[in-house]
Design a protein. Structure first.
Length: 346
């Protein structure tokens, strides 16, 4: 069904191109509309692309527009990278952990407990990884060019059932945890599942899972997980998913150089909009968890360090060994840690 939709999108693109070719003057030739595919509604995590869309439209005098298609209108969340590859749309948000086999290099940023605590640090480390030759080469295989990261906040866990107050309490807990974060939970005896963000409420409500790892503002509140939960962690800082905004390389090459410049200069605006939205959302919504009577589980430094020793380091080592035959995994992991230390000034 999605293939049919992609074909329709392609046909529409060709039709539009044909109309443009029949119009006279540079203004007609420079009129461009891109389609952007994203799941869910307009929310904190989409503020970056919304800022970019506003900027390019204003700078181009309305000639260059990016139409954001929310709610999987163009593609399922897990298929956005495929859509970019076949040219079904020009831009999209993707999450590496939704399809780790397609972009193993990018999944290094999904590893748990990486020492990247702030939004500014996330921006710098993610940008460094996106510019790494191995990451560039990997995305090129999908006709994709990475523009900016959605710098998702650190993940905390919210759920129903028995509150996990010790590391052993995680045994048998069915938790929505993706990528390396899911692997870390498995090391503690939990049962990680790959539920997409929009599915979390229903999965928790029906008992398919008993806990959900997401950022507070972008995830738990937006997808109303707190309405069917009894407790939440504070201070776990499990990790952060790598969900970049990408554009089709073919579409980028066809874009007038002035429009390319508008996108490039909009990147700082995207990051500023994301940081502002996340921080404002946490300040507004986290107190609501307490008002609803959710039990807050404060994670001590000692417990977090134990978590890293028991669960994170084995996952880091496994990521390197699993990917060693496909890419220079140890060098890439060391690069991430070095960039994190550089940002921290250590």
């Amino acid at each position: 069904m999605r293939q049919t939709m992609w074909r329709r999108c392609l046909a529409a693109s060709l039709f539009t191109a044909g109309l443009g070719a029949g119009m006279d003057g540079a203004a007609a030739q420079d009129r461009v509309q891109w389609r952007f595919s994203v799941w869910g509604n307009s929310r904190e995590v989409t503020r970056g692309i919304e800022a970019v869309a506003t900027h390019v439209q204003e700078k181009s005098g309305g000639k260059f527009t990016i139409r954001i298609h929310y709610g999987d209108q163009l593609s399922d969340a897990k298929d956005n990278l495929d859509g970019i590859k076949v040219g079904a749309f020009e831009a999209a948000q993707v999450c590496a952990s939704y399809h780790p086999g397609k972009n193993p290099v990018m999944t290094v940023l999904d590893l748990p407990f990486l020492p990247i605590p702030s939004f500014d640090a996330l921006e710098k480390v993610h940008e460094a990884v996106y510019a790494h030759p191995e990451a560039v080469k990997e995305m090129e295989r999908w006709n994709a060019k990475t523009i900016f990261s959605t710098i998702l906040p650190q993940y905390e866990i919210m759920g129903s059932g028995k509150p996990p107050k010790t590391l052993d309490d995680w045994k048998g807990v069915r938790v929505r945890a993706l990528g390396g974060m899911g692997d870390a939970m498995r090391e503690l005896g939990a049962i990680p599942t790959s539920v997409t963000s929009p599915e979390t409420y229903t999965a928790l409500e029906r008992g398919v899972i008993t806990a959900v790892s997401l950022p507070f503002s972008y995830g738990h509140h937006v997808f109303k997980v707190h309405e069917v939960s009894k407790w939440y962690t504070m201070g776990m800082q499990l990790g952060s998913l790598n969900c970049p905004t990408v554009i089709a390389t073919d579409a980028w090459k066809k874009l007038p150089s002035a429009y390319q410049a508008y996108i490039e200069e909009a990147r700082p605006l995207a990051y500023a909009a994301l940081k502002k939205a996340y921080e404002a959302s946490d300040a507004k919504y986290v107190p609501e968890f307490d008002r609803r009577g959710l039990q807050r589980i404060d994670i001590s430094d000692g417990m977090r360090n134990d978590f890293i020793q028991r669960a994170a380091k084995p996952v880091w080592d496994k990521w390197v060994s699993d990917n060693a035959g496909k890419l220079p995994a140890q060098a890439i992991f060391d690069f991430v840690m070095a960039e994190a230390r550089k940002v921290a000034g250590t």
